[in-house]
Design a protein around this ligand. Sequence first.
Ligand code: SIN
Length: 497
Amino acid sequence: MAEKIRNYINGKWVDAARGKTFESRNPADNRDLVGTVADSDATDVDKAVTAARKAFREWSLTPAPHRGEILYRAAELLVKRKKELGELVCREMGKVMPEAMGDVQEAIDMTYYMAGEGRRLSGETVPSELPNKDAKSVRVPIGVVAQITPWNFPIAIPSWKMTPALITGNTVVFKPAEETPVCATRFVEILIEAGLPPGVLNMVHGFGETAGEPMVRHPEVDVVSFTGSNPVGERLAGICGSMHKHFTMETGGKNPIIIMDDANLELAIEGAIWGGFGTSGQRCTAASRLIVHEAVHDRFVKMFSERAALLRVGPGSDKKTEIGPVISEAQYRRILDYIEVGKKEGAKLILGGNALKKGKHANGYFIEPTIFIDVQPKMRIAQEEIFGPVVAVLRARNLREAIDIANDVPFGLSAAIYSQDVNKTAVAERDLNTGLVYINASTIGAEIQLPFGGTKRTGLGPRDAGGRGGALDLYTQWKIIYRDYSGRLQKAQIDKE
Ligand code: SIN
């Protein structure tokens, strides 16, 4: 049954001001209408930002451990509703059930983790060079945060962004992806039920141009966090730069796995299957390039394509399915276009390459696991993010060449190497120019207690999730406090006569 999905502004569920709606449909069966959703514009955004601004002072003065208790209760509710939420992720986004449950688990982990930050949020206390004087730094919240999230992790990524913003005392205006508004709404409902006061968290549904961009341009928004496409991220970065807003973005990858001649090939194949075709290749960290040492290339390709040919494609709700649909018709067409590009560029298609249209696939967006070999490093299918179940295999003569190929793309999110030689993996760990490096593991599956993000055109600004350099750095600024209790004028750096 389709739900009516509304905005959440200043503690109330409301329709979009202009009364318009859009639909969210199941990508595995587009006859299934999941939600009818408020289609918002600048008027709704303005109300949400105004509410967030009004709530900021009181929320920022609420002791952080109390804010943490609310997040802790939210984590408990997520645990209780994990299955129900997983089923919704599967229905609205298309993930197979184990991955849909993993999406929710990641939000559980993140929410507990940030609840704990309520009793940490530590700064530094250092000695002063002068007697009877204290010197310390404290984290302070920045203000109103606008968050724009993607559809591929419809519960996990909102949790990466929202929980650190809230624990540090900021208020939030949230625009989830238009493909997964029902999942986002369930997550927001949980945070509200856990006890967030009105105005602290506001949600505005809609599209990038009509709701997202007015949010970013709103003068009362102090911080913007965006995950999505590169062209949009770069435009938003320009707006934020010109308006002096704090900004972070995560916009994709072209992630390689290097498979060396001494690799455990069975293990490497498992990693390449999971990284290349898991979530139908729709992870920013998907292993879309395999760079294989020439000595094992042919054997690897044979084993890999035989294993990939066995993958079962279908609705995520079917227990036997390993690869679900892709998210939308637009994405489906884009992936099929890239497959044509690969053929025209002269890469050799050895598996898949087609849409599936019959039987259980008739009303969804299903694409066969697709493998190209003889891919050259400068081909578009080796350089551009496809975000689908398409893997490009490239050949390398040695480790140096493999690393150079791996780094020779505009993105730098995740990279992996399979090798049993500790020295080779150490060189790769040092020289791969990516935010995440995996040794003898695939490119996907980052954990929330460390920052998530990348180098080059993958990202800008502090990273998402936990750990040093993670999201706490985006949502707080440092205040430095000196307290002089000597009762006389003391002058730092000035020599005494
Ligand atoms: C992502 O790629 O967006 C999710 C993180 C991961 O699987 O590493």
